[in-house]
Design a protein around this ligand. Structure first.
Ligand SMILES: Nc1ncnc2c1ncn2[C@@H]1O[C@H](COP(=O)(O)OP(=O)(O)OP(=O)(O)O)[C@@H](O)[C@H]1O
Ligand SMILES: [Mg+2]
Length: 497
C-alpha cells in the first residue's frame, strides 16, 4: 500500500502574516476515501493545490501517486465535449470507450460527448469532469466540492460512484453526501489538523465529545487556578511577613531563629513562584486547546415585515417559454412570514422563475400570471455571484453601511484582516459569505435566495437555519440540500415536467 507523507510542511500566501500551514505532518494511505473538512478559508483547496505541486511549499511531501484535481480548467466551453475530454486526458479516439464506461457508471448518457460542453446541464458537466478524473487506474483524485451544482438525484449518483472507488480526497460541506462516501476524515481545525477513521457522523460525535470534555476541563481548571492562586498569594504574604518580622529587632521572640524564618520564607516564596509558573503554562496550554472549539454566533436578517398584502408573490399557471426551453406550468403563493421552497432537478427553470419575479430581462415569453406586491424591497442572493473588488466599495454601491456587512462577516467567522482584501482573492466560501452578508444587511421585505448553502461550511449553514427559524422572514428559496428544505420550508413547490 502506498502512502502520501507530508513532513514539516509550511505554506502561506504572499500577503499573509501567519502561515496557513505550519510544520504540518500527515500520513495518508492511498486506499482511503478521505473527506477533507473545515470552515471556509481554512486551507482545504490550498492543501489540494499543494499536493498537486502547484504552490511553493516548504518541507517535504513524499508520494509516487498521480494526482488529479476536480474541477479542471475548461478553457473554451463552446466545443464538443469530446474535444475537451481529449484535451484533458490525452485519450486517443480508440480509447474513448474508457470515458464512456465511467459516464455510464455516473448514469449520464454517452451522447453528451457530441454536445457542446456549454450546453450541458451543470450536473452533466460535473459528471464529465469527474469521469475524466477516474480513467487513470493509478490516479489519486483530489475532488474539490463536487456537489454544489448537483440536484438531490445527482448527489446520490455521484455519492454511489465515489463509494465504488478507492483512494481519493473529497472536500464537501454536505453531511449526507460525506456520510455516504468517506471512511476517513481530515479536519482542519482552528488550531490543528486531525485525522479520524470513520465518516462525518463519527467525526462530529468525536468532536463534540472533545469540545465538551475541554469545556469541562476548562471549568475544573479555572477552579484549580483560583485555588492555586489563593494558595500562592497566602504563601507569598506569609513569607513577606516573616521577612518583616525578622527585621523587627527587639520585638523578636527568643525562640524564633532568624535564620530559620528567612530560610523557610525563601523556600515558600520559591514554591509559590514555581506553582504560579506551572499554573500559567497550564492555562496557556488549555486555552490553546479551547481555541479549537468553533464559535457559532447567531446571525440576523435585516428583515422588515409588511402587514399587507397577504401574499407578496402570486404565481398562477406561469410558464416561461424560449425556443425548446419551457418551464413547467407552475402556481404558488408566497404569504407573509413564510418560507416557500422551489424544488426540482437541475435545469428545470427555477432560477429562470426567480429572474422573472425580479424583473430581470430574459428572452422568455411569459404565459400565465405573475404578481408581485407593490413597493416591496427584495434582497436577492444569486446562485453565482461574481463579486469583485473591495467589500467597502460593494457596500457603497448598494447603499449599505459597510460596518453592518463587516459585523455580519465577523459573525460568519471571517477574520478581520480579510476585510480590505479584494473579494476575488478569497476562498470560494469566503466569497459566498460576502454575498450572504450583503443580503443579510440589506433592508428587505422579501428574500429570494438561490442555493444559499453552496460553498458554505456546516457552521454557517446552522447559523442560517437558526436565523430563519427564529425570524420567519418571507422567503422564496431554491436549494438542493434536502435537510435544509425539510427544516425551514413552510411550503414545498415541486417543479417537474
Ligand atoms: N490566491 C490567493 N491569494 C491570497 N490569499 C488566498 C488566495 N487563495 C486563497 N487565499 C486565502 O487562503 C486561505 C485559504 O483559502 P482556501 O481557498 O484554501 O480555503 P478553503 O478551505 O478551500 O475554503 P472554502 O471552504 O471557502 O473553499 C483563505 O484565507 C483565503 O482567503
Ligand atoms: Mg475551497
Amino acid at each position: 500500500m502506498g502512502t502520501i507523507q507530508i513532513e514539516n510542511m509550511s505554506y502561506k500566501y504572499d500577503q499573509m502574516v501567519d502561515n496557513l500551514f505550519d510544520s504540518l505532518n500527515l500520513q495518508i494511505d492511498e486506499s482511503w476515501k478521505l473527506g477533507l473538512i473545515g470552515r471556509n478559508g481554512r486551507g482545504k483547496t490550498t492543501l489540494m493545490k499543494i499536493l498537486l505541486g502547484k504552490l511553493p511549499y516548504q518541507g517535504k511531501i513524499v508520494s509516487n501517486l498521480n494526482f488529479y484535481y476536480y474541477p479542471q480548467d475548461v478553457t473554451d466551453k463552446n466545443r464538443p465535449t469530446v474535444e475537451i475530454v481529449k484535451e484533458l486526458t490525452d485519450l486517443e479516439d480508440y480509447d474513448l470507450w474508457k470515458i464512456e464506461v465511467e459516464l455510464d457508471k455516473l448514469q449520464a448518457k454517452t451522447d453528451i460527448l457530441e454536445q457542446d460542453f456549454s450546453t450541458l446541464s451543470p450536473g452533466e458537466q460535473t459528471k464529465v469532469l469527474l469521469a475524466i478524473l477516474f480513467i487513470d487506474d493509478y490516479g489519486f483524485q483530489l475532488i474539490d466540492e463536487p456537489t454544489n451544482h448537483l440536484d438531490i438525484e445527482g448527489r446520490k449518483v455521484v455519492a454511489d460512484y465515489l463509494k465504488s472507488k478507492q483512494g481519493f480526497i473529497v472536500i464537501s460541506h454536505d453531511k449526507t453526501f460525506l456520510n455516504e462516501v468517506i471512511d476517513h476524515v481530515i479536519s482542519i481545525n482552528r488550531q490543528n489538523i486531525d485525522i479520524y477513521k470513520g465518516n462525518f457522523d463519527v467525526w462530529e460525535q468525536e468532536k463534540s465529545r472533545q469540545d465538551a470534555s475541554q469545556l469541562e476541563e476548562k471549568e475544573q481548571l479555572q477552579k484549580d487556578i483560583s485555588r492555586l492562586h489563593e494558595t500562592a498569594v497566602k504563601r507569598e504574604n506569609w513569607s513577606n511577613q516573616s521577612e518583616k518580622q525578622k527585621n523587627k529587632t527587639g520585638l523578636q521572640k527568643v525562640n524564633l531563629d532568624k535564620g530559620f524564618i528567612s530560610h523557610k520564607a525563601a523556600k515558600m516564596m520559591k514554591k509559590a513562584k514555581t506553582v504560579s509558573k506551572r499554573v500559567d503554562s497550564e492555562i496557556e496550554k488549555k486555552q490553546g486547546l479551547l481555541k479549537n472549539i468553533e464559535i457559532e454566533e447567531p446571525i440576523k436578517l435585516n428583515y422588515q415585515a409588511v402587514s399587507h398584502p397577504k401574499n407578496l408573490v402570486v404565481v398562477d399557471n406561469l410558464e416561461l417559454v424560449h425556443d425548446e426551453l419551457k418551464t413547467p406550468v407552475t402556481s404558488f403563493k408566497v404569504p407573509i412570514n413564510q418560507v416557500v421552497s422551489l424544488v426540482g432537478r437541475n435545469g428545470i427553470g427555477k432560477t429562470t422563475i426567480f429572474k422573472q419575479i425580479l424583473g430581470i430581462k430574459q428572452p422568455f415569453k411569459q404565459n400565465g400570471e405573475l404578481k408581485i406586491a407593490n413597493n416591496i424591497k427584495i434582497s436577492y442572493l444569486a446562485q453565482e455571484d461574481e463579486l469583485t473588488g473591495e467589500i467597502r466599495q460593494l457596500a457603497e454601491e448598494r447603499k449599505i453601511d459597510p460596518e453592518m456587512i463587516f459585523s455580519n462577516l465577523r459573525k460568519l467567522g471571517f477574520e478581520r484582516n480579510l476585510f480590505d482584501q479584494p473579494v476575488e482573492s478569497m476562498s470560494q466560501g469566503q466569497r459566498r459569505k460576502v454575498a450572504l452578508a450583503i443580503s443579510l444587511s440589506q433592508e428587505a421585505n422579501l428574500y429570494l435566495w438561490d442555493e444559499p448553502l453552496n460553498f458554505l461550511d456546516v457552521i454557517t449553514r446552522q447559523q442560517i437555519v437558526d436565523a430563519i427559524k427564529k425570524q420567519h422572514p418571507t422567503m422564496l428559496l431554491i436549494d438542493h440540500d434536502k435537510d435544509l428544505i425539510d427544516e425551514i420550508s413552510d411550503q414545498k413547490i415541486i417543479l417537474e415536467n
